[in-house]
Design a protein around this ligand. Structure first.
Ligand SMILES: C[S@@+](CC[C@H](N)C(=O)[O-])C[C@H]1O[C@@H](n2cnc3c(N)ncnc32)[C@H](O)[C@@H]1O
Length: 221
């Protein structure tokens, strides 16, 4: 998804370096401690947050956790930032950067959960390496996640879902939850589901939403 460039969003992002990190140098360690009130709280990262409906709702609902929205596009980062400022979400930071460098942005074993929501499908096989569930991305998520850390993935794209199941399985990950129709699961599952913008759009057309939760095998084994 390419958003139309919004000059106000670019300006807002540039005015708030305390909330948005832009194009970080992968060689320089990010001082996350100074960016959160209490960095010892659980840390959850969404990769490819888009306009941020999911991550801002999470941050509002769980003030006892810290959240990071990692997003390539400045306009999207500006839209997330606007919500953060309106709702005073002090437990949310935004990174305008490429997830391909995620292992240089965060220390090893530092995050509790990584969310991938409606990631770009990159259907052509020559673009496989760009898919956010390709094995080189999984290796980086494994580095960043704690041993007990979870990867949660949702998509409307059956091809990307099938590919991701295979990719995570080949990587040796364990599945805690798999659904091929998330919106028709039991209420106790739906009660915990937070919709993203894309999810809302596709679910309202009655398209099935695919979801999985998985963990990496312990690194110390
Ligand atoms: C299809 S949109 C989904 C947005 C949102 N997660 C949702 O479900 O509504 C995918 C988003 O991922 C972002 N994205 C794609 N590749 C990325 C990468 N390598 N690093 C960071 N963000 C990425 C895109 O800019 C886009 O905003």
């Amino acid at each position: 998804m390419r958003l139309r460039n919004k000059p106000w969003a670019v300006k807002l992002v540039n005015e708030h370096p305390e909330s948005v990190i832009q194009d970080p140098n992968p060689e320089v360690k990010i001082d996350w401690e100074s960016r959160f009130e209490d960095f010892s709280r659980p840390l959850e990262i969404e990769v490819g947050s888009g306009k941020g409906k999911f991550i801002t709702t999470l941050a509002e609902r769980y003030p006892e956790k810290n959240f990071i929205a990692l997003e390539l596009q400045t306009t999207a980062a500006g839209i997330i930032l606007r919500t953060k400022l309106e709702k005073n979400l002090t437990n949310l930071q935004i990174m305008r950067a490429d997830a391909a460098d995620i292992d240089s942005f965060f220390a090893e074993n530092s995050a509790d959960k990584i969310y991938l929501n409606f990631s770009d499908p990159w259907p052509k096989s020559r673009h496989e390496k760009r898919r956010l569930t390709y094995k080189s991305f999984l290796a980086k998520y494994q580095y960043v996640l704690k041993d007990i850390g979870h990867l949660e993935f949702k998509t409307d794209n059956s091809g990307l879902f099938a590919y991701s199941l295979q990719s995570l399985n080949n990587y040796g990950m364990n599945f805690d939850f798999v659904s091929v129709d998330l919106h028709h699961e039991a209420n106790e599952i739906l009660d915990h589901n937070i919709e993203t913008e894309y999810e809302h759009k596709f679910a309202s057309k009655d398209n099935p939403i695919y979801a999985l939760h998985a963990t990496f095998k312990t690194k110390n084994l």
